[in-house]
Write a protein that binds this ligand. Structure first.
Ligand SMILES: [Zn+2]
Length: 89
């Protein structure tokens, strides 16, 4: 059985766990603000399937860590190390 990636139906609410405190990166590029994908700090859902912890995100083969907001912590980063240890439990 394949897991289907959930799509956000209500702005700011996690479609997987119902968390209402979602977060996304924003970057001011001068002419406006660019937003990253919505991500859930609770279950790791991301608006973008490639960053979703259940799909392409989370701990990568090389030990780096891709967060639900599209940020990449390089292997060797203390937080990435901690998270990859968590993931191996
Ligand atoms: Zn969630």
């Amino acid at each position: 059985m394949t897991t289907k990636h959930e799509t956000m139906t209500e702005e700011g609410t996690c479609p997987r766990c119902g968390e209402k405190d979602l977060w996304r990166e924003d970057a001011d590029v001068g002419v406006g603000i660019i937003y990253g994908p919505w991500g859930c700090p609770h279950c790791g859902w991301s608006e973008s399937e490639e960053y979703d912890l259940k799909f392409g995100g989370g701990v990568q083969d090389n030990g780096s860590y891709l967060d639900p907001y599209g940020g990449l912590l390089p292997a060797g980063n203390p937080i990435a190390k901690m998270l990859s240890m968590e993931a191996r439990k």
